[in-house]
Design a protein around this ligand. Structure first.
Ligand code: DGJ
Length: 781
């Protein structure tokens, strides 16, 4: 409902919002969360325009006082006097307002404030020779703006000036929408905000509407700006990487200038994760200090800029990558940006990751708010590569089932003429030489062993040597008359083309309808090159950056609608497509093709800075490892992989009886700890980064009833004992029994002690040699 200029209607909406939350909110406690009565009181006080409204509020205060004591709340309010909008959720307050120029100006983003705290009307800060001082929520490129814009448009008459001012707003149950309009042209932008009651994580996106009579060209579009208080003390954490070396945590000071994190590749990419974390100062640690963080939900070319201007104003802008971007928006059409999720942690990077994990589990994943734990999976890739056969897969399945695997996945090589990576992609029917009676006999066999069945596909790709390419050479991304670059001997189908979407949906639907397939590993082993789309007019071709991703998302969405029990893993040559957009449509991700258990410690460590361990697939594979030839013990490999969602990629045919005897109890133990590992609270006790010789993680069940601790020694040196670690998050007074999973604790460790004992006295492991590991469970008696 729109504000009438005095704020009156809005306040009644807010009352509704609070009342609805009062009934629906989950009961997860947050320390500084005001009660509903506080909030309603605030609403009443700030809207104290006439006695009628106050009288209207009183019964609500009374009726809500008791029912809400420790329930987390989310609210969105507007103060008609100061023109300040405020969102409160978890331990966070976010505020912005309409300044004296009519711009939307950022006011506050940080720890939750008291309901009555003053948030003053913002004032435009332009100075005579500097025009970029005002921290706006969503600035058009125009009016002398020097900072990174949120939106840049070219109009057909040559005008490229865009100045957006506040028009109206609407408060609703989930948050708030604010409409901006250019000062003279009918370009409207609706900013959407919602805040999560439990974590305080804010979701922001923008919808751009062209209500002029001609098409306009959008050259840059983001979800908006996120402004921090001016300071020169901030430092940035981000995740960089490459194939086989994903999610490496990096750190750098934020200084005057701009840091750009991006993918220009049409997909999310290995090089950077669309995620950032900004620490207030260099003293911020895992456990202490304020951290602002955010992640973009987009699986196409993206960009996040972190800019400190000449007055030390730090702003973050994230959205479509403007590189080679040009979205022609027709008259009366709209373009929605991806969502950027942002949050604030008061207690360091550990709390940040916990908030992110909890939010992703309850709001992002397709099965949220209660995603199922990941089954223990077997995948054939490292065992057989392309050489899959019915008999060979059945033999592996027999062995996998015998050690406790729950899902058997046949990887690449099962279809068409696929003997290696030079042929077959695009022709999605079983290779009848390898599977003379189709997939059914193997699937039945797998089911007979009590496992469900999963299959590898790479739906967006096509080999030059394929029936599909011979029939539809024009379906790939290309420029007419120009070379068509291949990577891994393949092209990319243009998922922006409706016929391609229909083809991909069609063969996947057929596969799933004709076979009992519980799970797809959806791979994508190359990225955009020569990003042409000759089927549409030159003016529209650059829409490929948006329409490809929408096409890809649309196919998955429809597939899941038709096959509601289907689960999907997002894979892209390892971890090349991990972001909150794809995580909204898939149940897990393939973390990296690098399955070396030691390298994995830092890959997984970085991964958990941004993403929940629930989705982090980690396999036990053969030793020496194919990627780096390192030899490690089976227990080390298991313990490294058990920190995520456990899978096995070993060649089970080569396993000895001893390997089997060792693996069975490990898998059984994993099943007992997986809800804690995947969905509990993670503490990165000792980092494996920066040449660390020792590392340790702990995961604690949400109710504190169980903790799992992993410890890894890289190399024993000069007989130093392995360091004592100090578990966290246990119940001080409860008695916890120590149960080893693998390896040994140091001599003298008790078998049972209080949470206080374990957390303050600590725990040491007996780790001797190189690449050794141990793990224990602490369980409340
Ligand atoms: C790349 C993936 O990351 C691997 O796990 C495997 O599925 C291969 N593709 C198959 O071609």
């Amino acid at each position: 409902m729109l504000l009438d200029g005095t704020g009156s209607i809005v306040y009644f909406n807010v009352y509704n919002l609070v009342l609805v939350n009062c009934i629906r909110s989950p009961s997860i406690g947050f320390g500084h969360t005001p009660t509903y009565s506080d909030q309603i009181l605030e609403i009443c006080v700030t809207s104290f325009r006439n006695i009628v409204r106050l009288l209207y509020c009183i019964p609500m205060i009374v009726s809500c006082c008791d029912c809400v004591a420790s329930t987390p709340t989310a609210s969105a309010t507007y103060n008609g006097t100061t023109h300040v909008f405020r969102l409160d959720g978890g331990n966070v307050t976010y505020a912005f307002g309409v300044n004296n120029e009519g711009e939307l100006e950022s006011v506050y983003w940080g720890a939750r404030l008291a309901p009555t705290d003053p948030l003053e009307k913002p004032k435009h800060k332009g100075r005579a020779f500097e025009m970029d001082d005002t921290p706006q929520e969503f600035a058009g490129w125009g009016g002398g703006l020097l900072a990174e814009p949120s939106l840049k448009i070219s109009f057909p008459d040559g005008n490229r000036d865009l100045v957006l001012h506040y028009v109206s707003h609407e408060l609703d149950q989930g948050g708030l929408s604010v409409v901006l309009r250019d000062i003279s042209r009918d370009v409207f932008v609706t900013l959407h905000y919602s805040i999560d009651a439990a974590t305080g994580i804010l979701a922001r996106s923008a919808e751009i509407a062209n209500k002029t009579k001609t098409p306009i060209l959008i050259e840059q579009a983001s979800t908006g700006e996120w402004n921090l208080p001016p300071s020169s003390e901030y430092s940035l954490r981000y995740l960089s990487g490459r194939w086989g070396g994903e999610t490496q945590l990096q750190s750098r000071a934020i200084e005057q200038g701009t840091t750009v994190l991006e993918s220009r590749r049409g997909t999310t990419g290995h090089e950077f994760a669309p995620w950032f974390a900004i620490a207030q100062n260099s003293a911020v640690t895992e456990w202490d200090g304020e951290v602002w963080f955010g992640a973009l939900a987009w699986s196409g070319s993206w960009r996040i800029t972190i800019e400190q201007d000449s007055l030390q104003q730090v702003r973050i802008v994230g959205g479509f990558n403007p590189f080679d971007f040009g979205y022609e928006l027709k008259s009366n059409a709209t373009l929605s940006t991806p969502v950027l999720y942002g949050g604030v942690a008061q207690h360091g990077f550990s709390e940040m990751s916990q908030l992110e994990s909890s939010f992703q589990l309850t709001h992002i994943l397709p099965q949220s708010p209660h995603p199922k734990v990941r089954p223990v999976l077997y995948n054939s890739w490292e065992a057989t590569a392309f050489h899959v056969t019915e008999q060979g897969q059945e033999a592996l399945a027999n062995k996998a089932a015998a050690i406790g695997v729950e899902r058997f996945v046949m990887d690449d090589g099962w279809f068409s003429t696929r003997k290696d990576d030079h042929a077959g992609l695009g022709d999605w029917y079983p290779d009848l030489e390898k599977f003379p009676h189709g997939l059914k006999p193997l699937i039945d066999h797998v089911h007979g062993l009590g496992m469900d069945f999963g299959l590898w596909v790479e739906p967006e790709m096509v080999n030059e040597n394929s029936e599909l390419y011979r029939k539809h050479p024009d379906w790939i991304i290309h420029f007419d008359g120009r070379p068509r670059s291949q990577a891994r001997s393949q092209f990319m189908l243009n998922m922006a083309i409706p016929e391609v979407q229909a083809y991909v949906l069609g063969f996947l639907d057929k596969l799933l309808s004709e076979n009992e397939i519980a799970f797809l590993k959806w791979d994508a082993n190359r990225v955009f090159a020569e990003p042409g789309w000759p089927q549409v007019s030159p003016d529209e071709q650059k829409k490929i950056y948006v329409d490809y991703v929408e096409g890809y998302y649309g196919v998955i969405r429809e597939l899941r609608r038709r096959h509601p029990k289907l689960e999907i893993e997002s894979c892209s040559g390892g971890g090349g497509r991990v972001d909150l957009g794809v995580m909204g449509l898939t149940d897990e991700v393939w973390t990296s093709d690098n399955t070396d258990p030691f390298d994995r410690l830092s890959i997984q460590d970085g991964f958990t800075y941004a993403y929940t361990p629930q989705v982090m697939m980690a396999w036990v594979t053969d030793s020496p490892n194919w990627y780096d030839h390192r030899s490690t013990s089976l227990s080390y490999r298991f313990l490294s992989a058990m920190q995520g969602a456990l899978g096995l990629g070993v060649d089970l045919n080569k396993w000895t009886d001893q390997d089997i005897a060792e693996a069975k109890p490990m898998i059984a133990a994993y099943k007992r700890i997986r809800s804690t590992v995947q969905q509990g609270i993670l503490y990165r006790l000792v980092s494996p980064r920066d040449g660390s010789n020792f590392s340790s993680t702990e995961s604690v069940e949400n109710d504190g009833s169980q903790a799992v601790i992993f410890a890894f020694l890289h190399a024993e040196q000069m007989q130093y004992p392995s360091p004592t670690i100090f578990p966290r998050g246990l119940r001080e007074d409860a008695m916890y029994t120590l149960e080893p999973i693998s390896g040994a604790v140091a001599e003298g460790a008790p078998s049972s002690a209080s949470g206080a004992f374990w957390m303050h006295h600590g725990l040491a492991f007996k780790l001797e040699g190189d690449y050794v590991a141990a793990a224990v469970i602490l369980k409340v008696q």
